[in-house]
Design a protein around this ligand. Structure first.
Ligand code: GGG
Length: 356
């Protein structure tokens, strides 16, 4: 029996509901399989914790999480707590502290879902965005001078290290080399960002030329790439992007898929020195929080990626087949997909497919 220790951080808003939903599904899956068990420890960290304690989590939260095999996160951020406080108080230190430098974010139109893109059907769009996850535009370096005066100055630095740039680009090439068409697109903006992005492009081309000559590679400016996600998303296998560009592109990816509520992500430490973390792309959605109508698919798909990471690709695949079967049948859908079902009804339907 494989017992997996899971640190669970539901976080804020709908994160609490989607994590609960994914846990219920994982537990039933484990019962059906008989070979795996999840030992959860839940941590009530996030914006509610902040309003009581003045911090998003206890000071030693990284050393607490370090002992777990894997981390499941819902969403962070809620009105009343400034967004930069909620992100830098919990989510971003986990990504950085545990060297989760790969943020893998699949973009795929699932069976049964109508993409808002005219003429794009399930199967037409199926690629992965690899987002750099520990540096770049999310540097936390900068400063503010002469606050409140007309000559106020604010500076935010962007940091691209050779180590950080090479490792994420190399990871993306490895993935592209295994893809059927062996294609890798790099997101750039070297015409405007004239130090960091030419460096990014140089590393992208160097690694491609010397280590992965079999991979077809090209660079596209981020503005054109955003347009291409809508106009010709079927040309991509793997896209590699800096932290901010990858974040923006993958919200767009969620929209292309039919709902950001379905977009998954895996924050991976490829060396497995530290735990990896699995969270949906969506945020805490205060407008629907507490109503029980959040789409659980983003969290469930992220859990399927967790199963892949734990070496149980068979279970990860079974989960996604069940999700797609339910979507294709079309009877049970949350409001973001045009239905009237609740989060729990959706999970019940997915579990019923797993049991069938
Ligand atoms: N599910 C994760 C979450 O709450 N994300 C909110 C967010 O704003 N994330 C920013 C980021 O991924 O960099």
């Amino acid at each position: 029996m494989q017992t997996v220790s899971v640190a669970v951080i539901p976080g804020d808003g709908i994160g609490i509901e989607t994590v609960q939903a994914a846990r219920r599904l994982l537990d039933r899956l484990a019962e059906l399989d008989g070979g795996i068990k999840f030992a959860y420890t839940e941590f009530p960290w996030g914006c509610a914790y902040y309003t009581q304690h003045g911090e998003m989590a206890p000071k030693d939260f990284l050393s607490t999480l370090r002992s777990f095999e894997t981390i499941m996160l819902g969403a962070v951020g809620y009105p009343g707590v400034p967004d930069h406080v909620s992100l830098w108080g919990l989510l971003l230190p986990i990504r950085r502290g545990f060297e989760q430098y790969v943020n893998m974010r699949p973009v795929r139109i699932l069976r049964g879902v109508t993409s808002p893109l005219r003429g794009r059907n399930p199967g037409d769009v199926n690629f992965v965005v690899i987002r750099e996850n520990t540096e770049g535009e999310y540097s936390s370096m900068g400063g503010r001078l002469h606050t409140g005066f007309p000559h106020e100055v604010v500076v935010q630095n962007t940091v691209f290290t050779r180590l950080g740039t090479e490792r994420v680009i190399r990871y993306a090439y490895r993935l592209a080399a295994k893809a059927p068409r062996k294609r890798l697109c790099g997101a750039t903006k070297s015409n405007g960002i004239n130090w960091a992005m030419p460096f990014w492009d140089e590393v992208f081309n160097q690694i491609g030329e010397t280590e992965f000559p079999e991979v077809e590679r090209w660079l596209t400016h981020i503005d054109a790439l955003a347009a291409n996600f809508v106009l010709k998303p079927d040309v991509y296998d793997v896209v590699v992007a800096s932290n901010l560009f990858g974040d923006i592109l993958t919200d767009l990816g969620g929209a292309v898929m039919g709902s950001i509520g379905m977009a998954p992500s895996a924050n991976i430490n490829p060396e497995r020195k530290y735990p990896s973390m699995f969270e949906p792309v969506h945020g805490s959605a205060p407008d629907i929080a507490g109503k029980g109508i959040a789409n659980p698919v983003g969290q469930i798909w992220s859990s399927s990626m967790m199963l892949d990471h734990l070496g149980r690709q068979d279970l990860g695949e079974a989960v996604m087949t069940a999700v797609e079967d339910v979507l294709e049948e079309g009877r049970v859908r949350t409001p973001d997909l045009g239905g009237r079902s609740t989060t729990n009804e959706m999970v019940d339907a997915i579990i019923a497919r797993l049991e069938a």
